[in-house]
Design a protein around this ligand. Sequence first.
Ligand SMILES: NC(=O)c1ccc[n+]([C@@H]2O[C@H](COP(=O)([O-])OP(=O)(O)OC[C@H]3O[C@@H](n4cnc5c(N)ncnc54)[C@H](OP(=O)(O)O)[C@@H]3O)[C@@H](O)[C@H]2O)c1
Length: 242
Amino acid sequence: MEKYVLITGGTKGIGKAVASCLGRAGYNLILTYASAVDVADQVITDMQQKLGVKVDALQADISVKESIEKIYQYLTERSLRLDAIVFNAGLTCRDSFEDLKMIEWEQIFFANVHFPVFLMQRIVGLMNRGGSVVFTGSLMGIQPHSVSLVYGVTKGAIHALVKNMVKFLVPYELRVNAVAPGFVDTEWQKTKPVEIRRNIENKVSLGRFCDPEELAEVYKMLIENSYFNGEVVVVDGGYSYK
Ligand SMILES: NC(=O)c1ccc[n+]([C@@H]2O[C@H](COP(=O)([O-])OP(=O)(O)OC[C@H]3O[C@@H](n4cnc5c(N)ncnc54)[C@H](OP(=O)(O)O)[C@@H]3O)[C@@H](O)[C@H]2O)c1
């Protein structure tokens, strides 16, 4: 039987690497993105050629609630059922505590926490029993960080959400877990100044950023292993604040 996975923020970085990994395992891919249509079109072409599975991309901004209905309609119009969902897209705001506006706090909270909860509520009935849900959390949700208060708090909320959702997903026979990455070499990190990147590398025991491909294998393991449930798996290469 055909398998389908929906990955939010699936056209770049971690989401794209997870898509490739799951595509190689035979999953058909539905990837959402915010605005980079050309990138999404290229990803569809490349992955269809390389992986031989069905690949589609859907513009669905996690900062607007209409995207929930858009994704629901996309799935129902095509009579698609999902075997896995990866709630991966996330936003940050690097304003200082003093400059932080309540509206920004609300927007980041909506995108990172409210959106996946209410998307999940809308499409849970479209998931096959025995399926799996994986969230992208963050090391910053576990070890407080000085750069973005709202980012750390929303990622901590995602970790709590995963543990709280376990019982609510029992009637649907679904498992739910999170990956909490440390520092992963995606566009998100590549824009950081060289000296900040060196500083991070010096705090990682392995002395380097994580490659998105090696992180993706952890998502696949959480999706396919039938006994992982309610876990937040930290993948940080051995990070220390010293
Ligand atoms: N990189 C790290 O070191 C790291 C560490 C811990 C956790 N994370 C988490 O990992 C996730 C992915 O990060 P990444 O580093 O892979 O980022 P990335 O390389 O910048 O990729 C971002 C992906 O998310 C999509 N996206 C961005 N804003 C969106 C929005 N408002 N609505 C829907 N999709 C949106 C992008 O679409 P467009 O191209 O259209 O914008 C793109 O597909 C995030 O939740 C982040 O917090 C990252």
